[in-house]
Design a protein around this ligand. Structure first.
Ligand code: DLL
Length: 433
């Protein structure tokens, strides 16, 4: 039987949800207008005032916010309350430019904890579970976010943080962890290590995993599920909106339910900014309607996906987002063709490989080079040249049919690509633009 953390909201009718969202949106726009001069100026430039926002349809009148705005207003420009009312800061792991810093009041943390508790319950969690949090703790939101949700639900919470793989496995076994939370790439690494240690699914007390923070394919999900003997659930979120738990998967695993009482989602055309009809693929835009310290309106996530309003048989009424293919800024354009690392991953896993690969792109004589290094699994490992050539050719053909362009595939020995304890680094782009 499906269980919910807050059934009255998670299963509310569309009319109720619209009423809640409309009321909160109107209040939030007033809050931002009065307290965030940076956004007020943007509204004034567009000729919009809070009086223009009376229904959800009016959302489209508001200006967008982008990562560039967040950088420009760093560190305090988008703060919606006095700094003394904030109790926490988190920050993105951005590698270029200024980091994005997000602020939280105690109330903002409470609602974030609710979002994560909903996700844990949707993954079958109850207060009887032991939840091992192997996302990084610190400025990254993964660790403390799921930690808050786990404690709010009443689980026994193990704040393991990321890394130290032997200790993770020891805790899982000795402390009887039933729910594991980490990035999917770290989950795959843990699964691989457990297998090497001779552990079979029956030796692992974990029954569910809550994996997110990066794009991962259905094939990778199946791989982790079989090796660990668990059910693997996706979870989505971003620092700018709180962290994990903006959306979460239910037992049906057909997209992630967006916590619509806190976040309104839109899909736009990334080039024109036009709102696209239901079901279209485009850039995900979020408005946080009740966070007070860092109240972002129409924030462009750069994540590419689609939304579905179709009723889910789990009973939740929240709209579902498809697994994001990747970010528009992770998307590679190689010889003019759009390539997402997740497409490459799908081909590899369909050919019996694991998600241990690296994409290296360069430009030589004005032409893009496209190299994919793929690790052989220990079972398929061989040093026979004819076998390796055949296997490489099979992958070249598989990638060509998925992407429409030819890659140079190099098979490398098992364990030769560095494993990630957090988000995996899959792409090395050496081109200078
Ligand atoms: O990754 C928050 C998080 C922590 C989510 C733990 C889930 C679990 P940031 O570091 O700010 O926050 O990165 C946000 O990561 O815009 C997406 O591009 C990507 N992302 C997050 N979850 C998923 C997911 C955290 N389930 C950025 N699938 C987002 C695909 C994801 N991409």
């Amino acid at each position: 039987m499906e269980r919910y953390f807050q059934p009255e909201i998670e299963c509310a009718s569309r009319e109720e949800l619209t009423e809640i969202q409309t009321k909160k949106l109107i209040e939030q726009v007033k809050h931002v207008w009065e307290n965030v001069p940076y956004y007020r100026k943007k509204m004034e430039e567009k000729g919009v005032t809070p009086d223009d926002i009376k229904s959800l349809d009016d959302l489209a009148k508001l200006p967008f916010l982008s990562k560039a705005d967040l950088r420009e207003s760093y560190p305090y420009g988008l703060l919606g309350v006095p700094l003394k009312d904030c109790v926490r800061i988190h920050s993105t792991s951005g590698t270029t430019g200024k980091r994005v810093v997000a602020y939280y009041t105690q109330g903002d943390l409470d609602l974030w904890n609710d979002c994560c508790a909903r996700a844990i319950v949707a993954a079958g969690g109850t207060e009887d579970d032991v939840c091992q949090i192997a996302y990084g703790y610190g400025l990254f939101t993964g660790g403390l976010g799921l930690h808050g949700g786990s404690e709010k639900l009443g689980c026994l919470t193990i704040p393991a943080s990321s890394g130290n793989t032997d200790r993770q496995i020891m805790f899982i076994k000795d402390l009887g962890a039933t729910i594991l939370c980490c990035t999917p790439s770290y989950a795959a690494y843990l699964a691989e290590t457990m297998k090497e240690m001779g552990m079979s699914p029956e030796d692992i007390p974990v029954k569910a995993g809550i994996f997110g923070a990066e794009a991962w394919s259905e094939e990778m999900r199946r791989d982790i599920e079989t090796t660990m003997g668990i059910k693997a659930y996706d979870i989505f979120g971003l620092t700018e909106l709180s962290g994990p738990g903006v959306a979460f998967e239910c037992s049906k695993q057909k997209g992630m339910h967006i916590n619509e009482d806190h976040f309104i989602a839109e899909i736009i055309d990334p080039d024109t900014g036009e709102v696209l009809p239901d079901g279209s693929e485009g850039e995900l835009v979020f408005t946080s309607v009740d966070k007070k310290a860092f109240p972002l309106l129409r924030y462009r996530t750069r994540d590419i996906c689609s939304l579905s309003k179709e009723k889910c048989s789990c009973g939740r009424t929240f709209v579902r987002m498809a697994k994001p293919k990747g970010r528009s800024d992770d998307m590679l354009i190689i010889r003019g063709v759009n390539v997402f690392p997740s497409q490459i991953e799908t081909v590899l896993l369909n050919h019996g490989y694991q998600a241990n690969y690296q994409i290296i792109v360069d430009r030589v004589n004005n032409t893009d080079t496209f190299d994919v290094h793929v690790e052989m699994t220990p079972e398929m490992f061989t040093d026979k040249v004819s076998d390796i050539t055949r296997m490489q050719n099979e992958l070249v053909a598989g990638l060509k049919s998925m992407l429409g362009i030819k890659a140079k595939v190099t098979l490398v020995a098992p364990k030769s690509i560095t494993r990630s304890e957090g988000k995996a680094v899959r792409v090395i782009d050496k081109r200078k633009f």
